[in-house]
Design a protein around this ligand. Structure first.
Ligand code: SF4
Length: 392
């Protein structure tokens, strides 16, 4: 069946932005997800100057400047170049899809491996990988933390030392700081040779699920279970703060950068390094920067919806905000502007999928495109009787 939404098969970058309903989306792939206060302030300034002052955190720990006017793209690129945040070509940028653990332990080799991998992926002879294909480098503390985040090849910690493994397998191959990046590219080349790419699309887990396995040496060392996604609040290395629905204003980014160095996470949270508590940031920022792990908005995922996404059938964020307190503890709600389900591709306890302005279908225990239990619910009806969400 043909989906009634466009499947693009690639992610935006800075050099190759994506058109959206509110202008261009310019994605910044920050080296190892780290942001010095100076760079963070500079990005906030660029967002105001060339975009609409809104910045999204992506599920791959990138920043997305929204609302960039097409005529503002060239000066924005020049400014990003001056900040040393660009790759040499759009192709190199697309390949440098590397997620790095936000934690740094004394024995951590992640940043070193990530830099080595980035250099190899920028090289002209790097494997020509599909647009969504990505790497996770997650070597600290004897156990990975990025297990819930998307990746096709993982270089990750185990109690016996780091391994490189294909997504979809519970075994990998032992590596060291010196050999890890090269091993990851060997595995990427195997993925291509084994038929993992079709029409410039393809993911490692899908290839493995078809029963196509890498040679024995790639299945010789067991992976360690990933740590659970941490809640917002103080953590060993600083303070995790969760911008509401993964969105920062330029003012919020400035406020966080004033507190310390920032590390981006795939959990739509920002780690402020070395900070134990967040001061009063003023009412507007306090409300949108979640630090309480019990905040009900953390149970809700929501995409930009209308009018920001041209594919959206309805606005989503106000409804998500209003329904959040009504979602029972321990359950999740996904509000999706269309059946594509960008904000939460996995099944969720409750999903509302927009089908028309002010009309949503309710799916229980499924994805945004799955058959609904109820059809045509209006936001007014849902807010008037939240039992519609849970009593079926
Ligand atoms: S799920 Fe949301 S962001 Fe994705 S295409 Fe549909 S409306 Fe747009």
């Amino acid at each position: 069946m043909t989906p009634d939404f466009a499947v693009r098969g690639w992610c935006p970058g800075a050099l190759r932005p994506m058109a959206s309903g509110d202008g261009l989306v310019v994605r910044l792939r920050l080296p190892a997800g780290r942001l010095s206060p100076e760079t963070a302030h500079a990005i906030a300034d660029l967002s105001r100057r060339y975009g609409n002052g809104l910045i999204d955190l992506s599920a791959r720990a990138n920043l997305q400047l929204r609302g960039v006017r097409p005529e503002a793209h060239p000066p924005l690129i020049a400014a990003l170049q001056a900040l040393a945040l660009l790759d040499p070509t759009p192709e190199a940028e697309a390949r440098r899809n590397i997620l790095v653990t936000p934690y740094i332990y004394s024995d951590d080799i992640s940043a070193r491996i990530a830099a080595d991998l980035a250099a190899r992926l920028r090289a002209p002879d790097a494997p020509d990988l599909p647009g969504k294909f990505g790497f996770a480098v997650d070597c600290g503390g004897g156990r990975p933390v990025l297990g819930a985040a998307p990746a096709d090849i993982r270089i990750e910690a185990t109690p016996a030392g780091p391994i490189c493994r294909a997504e979809g397998l519970s075994m990998g191959r032992p590596v060291s700081a010196e050999t890890a990046a090269g091993a990851a590219l060997d595995l990427a080349r195997w993925f291509i040779a084994a038929g993992g790419v079709q029409g410039h699309r393809g993911r490692m887990a899908a290839l493995i699920a078809r029963g196509v396995l890498p040679p024995e040496e790639w299945r010789s060392a067991p992976a360690a279970p990933s740590r659970p996604v941490p809640p917002p609040g103080p953590c060993a290395e600083g303070f995790l703060i969760a911008p509401e629905f993964g969105r920062l204003s330029a003012d919020a980014l400035d406020a966080l950068a004033a507190l310390g160095s920032l590390r981006l996470t795939p959990w739509r949270m920002v780690l402020i390094a070395g900070v134990r508590a967040i001061p009063d940031l003023g009412r507007a920022l306090n409300e949108r920067l979640i630090r309480d792990p019990a905040d009900p908005r953390l149970r809700v995922s929501v995409c930009p919806g209308a009018p920001e996404c041209p594919q959206a059938r309805a606005a989503t964020r106000d409804l998500a905000r209003a329904l959040a307190p009504m979602v029972p503890a321990g359950r999740g709600l996904h509000v999706s502007g269309c059946a594509k389900g960008c904000a939460h591709p996995a099944p969720e306890a409750l999903t509302l999928t927009a089908t028309a302005p002010d009309r949503f279908d309710l799916i229980a225990g499924g994805r945004a495109a799955d058959p609904p239990l109820r059809r045509g619910l209006s936001p007014a009806a849902l807010l008037a009787d939240p039992r519609l969400l849970t009593h079926f």
